[in-house]
Design a protein around this ligand. Structure first.
Ligand code: GGG
Length: 326
């Protein structure tokens, strides 16, 4: 039996996670689902946004399915990534037929370093000013770059692009760029790099030049919202946080307080994150079946309001379930 720790979190996390579980639980999987608390509401209720009990459960898990948190993101999701050493954040962006967006042929993967950079949390107040320290280590660069190259090989991708700002951040981004080209020598892959600002311009004007992108933590956080926008929005963007021992799967979006409680959030990002979890746990066939069902339902125009439809969160999940069983 595999232990799946489920952390719905805050806001729409508490809507998209149950919709996703409705699908997962309708299949005969050897999974035990264990619920755990974290986030803004948890802080209010227990005085801590990430109770020790939740962390311990995560450390006993085969995988973690995470919804979203709000103001406590730094103390919950960013901390979980560090505590569980989930160094690679994989954020695919793939066009889905029927979703109106700028381009209809986007298919790329952002690999974001997940434990270092400004998100290390070294921030200080000095008088009335504030300072943050950006940590980029050789080990951190090597393992994320290796992860991106290995993923590109495994997924038959042709090109890996590094995004950085080495002309200004000469030491930190300089190290990242240097390690990228050092390690590229061991792989038979096309490689190139852009400054992060130019990379964002090219992502918007000619996204087809990208295949796998590897970048540091803050740039990866920002650029993966951009790539989500390219394929129709955050409601469609899944992610996997992978480490040597643990793995956590979550939609790229946050708790969306503006629509929380209305039952209209798009659960696609969480459903596709659960598909990444299924693949990680060795259930690739089922994952593909659910992915195809999601694409079918969306391409038939059965969508939540963010994509122009009028389905509720749970109704969308029910349509996906129906489409799984032709
Ligand atoms: N499901 C993702 C989530 O809760 N996001 C909130 C957030 O601000 N995350 C910061 C990050 O991804 O680094």
């Amino acid at each position: 039996m595999k232990k799946i720790v489920v952390i719905p979190g805050d806001g729409i996390g508490k809507e998209v996670v149950p919709a996703t579980l409705k699908i997962l639980q309708s299949f005969d999987l050897p999974f035990e689902y264990v619920y755990a608390e974290a986030g803004d509401e948890c802080l209010e209720r227990y005085g801590t946004p990430l109770p020790e009990e939740t962390l311990e459960l995560c450390k006993e898990s085969s995988a973690i399915l995470f919804g979203a948190v709000g103001e406590t993101a730094a103390d919950v999701i960013v901390r979980l990534r560090q505590e569980l050493d989930l160094f690679a954040n994989v954020r695919p962006a793939k066009s889905i037929k029927g979703v109106k967006c700028l381009y209809d042929n986007v298919d790329l993967i952002v690999v974001r370093e997940n434990t270092e950079c400004l998100y290390k949390g070294y921030e200080f107040e000095v008088g009335e000013d504030a300072i943050a320290i950006r940590v980029i280590t050789r080990r951190g660069c090597e393992r994320i770059v290796r992860f991106a190259f290995e993923l590109a090989k495994r997924e038959n991708r042709k090109r890996v692009t590094a995004l950085h700002k080495a002309n200004v951040l000469k030491k930190t981004c300089g190290l990242f760029k240097k390690v990228f080209y050092e390690m590229a020598k061991g792989y038979d892959l096309e490689v190139n790099d852009y400054y992060i600002d130019a990379g964002c311009l090219y992502l918007v004007t000619k996204p087809w030049i990208f295949d796998v992108i590897v970048t540091t933590n803050l740039f990866g956080d920002i650029v993966s919202d951009l790539t989500a926008g390219l394929v129709g929005g955050l409601g469609l963007a899944p992610s996997a946080n992978i480490g040597e021992r643990y793995a956590l799967f979550e939609p790229v979006h946050g708790s969306a307080p503006d629509i929380a409680g209305k039952g209209i959030a798009n659960p696609t990002a969480t459903i596709l994150s659960a598909c990444m979890m299924l693949k990680h746990l060795g259930y690739g066939d089922l994952a593909e079946k659910i992915e195809k069902a999601v694409e079918k339902v969306i391409s038939e125009g059965k969508t939540t309001p963010d994509l122009g439809g009028n389905l509720k969160t749970m109704e969308f999940a029910e349509e996906v379930l129906k489409a799984c069983d032709p």
